[in-house]
Design a protein around this ligand. Sequence first.
Ligand code: ADP
Ligand code: MG
Length: 381
Amino acid sequence: MKDLTEESKDHQLTVALRIRPINDGEIEEGATITAHRVDDQIVVLMDPSEDPDDILRANRSREKTFMFDMAFDHSSTQEEVYVATTKNLIAGVVSGYNATVFAYGPTGAGKTYTMLGLDSEPGIYILTLNDLFKAIEAGSDNMDYNVSMSYLEIYNEMIRDLLNPASGYLDLREDSKGEIQIAGITEVSTNNAKEIMLLLTKGNKQRTQEPTAANNTSSRSHAVLQVTVKQKSRVKNITEEVRVGRLFMIDLAGTERASQTQNRGKRMKEGAHINRSLLALGNCINALSEKGGNRAQYVNYRDSKLTRLLKDSLGGNSRTVMIAHISPASTYFEESRTTLIYADRAKNIKTRVKRNLFNMSFHMVQYTNIIADLNKEIERL
Ligand code: ADP
Ligand code: MG
């Protein structure tokens, strides 16, 4: 099989910011609102410190304005967030481009709400899969499509199959084309949205949870939903192309630990408590954004499981959307500030996207068709 490139072009990483609603607990604690959405792109963060000297000492202004590709707040619906961030990636995935959407932010800021959502308020995972199946149904009659999904967790640099946790820890392997594959992961083919929601909800219950001070159950694991769309021509007797589009949808671990670590400017000696994947992701974002692109700067993707898996998404062949999450509550001010600064930096990242085409030889197509016909014969017997 020969690798072909098509339509290579630069693409900016899209950065969205979502501020969740303040909740009753925060209001009862006397929290005030520090993060405001000004319009559909601009967010203002107000320092809640009572004492103006505190702000002076920290050497920053009371108010800081950020601009993103899009900004959402308590008035934004799941559907609005989905349509603005992810919906327009689908056509690309169906025609052989890679895409990635990841939710970033501290624990409790609304990442899982955005990605998985609730039965009554489904999130990006399910809204995307629904539209993906619709796009395929409406697709060309001359094409055969195969959609499969897998759902995994990275916890303490170990990969677990959330659709089959009994399979233990899985390895990352590089295939002959240099693409990273997860050895032994369950790949489910289904186009039944209800069944998928059930699988994801069940899978999510398998995520490793731990209590923290911030939130009773917090997640230090990254959840990765991977959807693969393969298509090939049904027309016989021609040299056949296979297109493969991969879509990653990722609910990252809470960023609060990584930012605390960095604030102190040294590595905490907690060992397992350092989220290596998040730190590596931060380092990659820094390196990629520094020189305005991925060409000059050395980027160490090999430092963690997450960055190895996302190598293409961050610095290579993928359209990528980052949805950064913050709470508006003053109790979250520090986390909100570091999240906004990170998201702001990520805006500088450029990716280069190309369509994934594989050329199958004439003979191979013939054999594939013959085998398919034989299989049909067998079924009929
Ligand atoms: P994270 O995954 O970032 O730790 P969650 O998604 O679990 O945070 O959100 C924390 C809580 O806030 C949950 O109870 C969730 O349902 C609620 N929540 C988060 N975002 C929203 C939102 N946009 N609208 C309504 N409730 C939200
Ligand atoms: Mg979560």
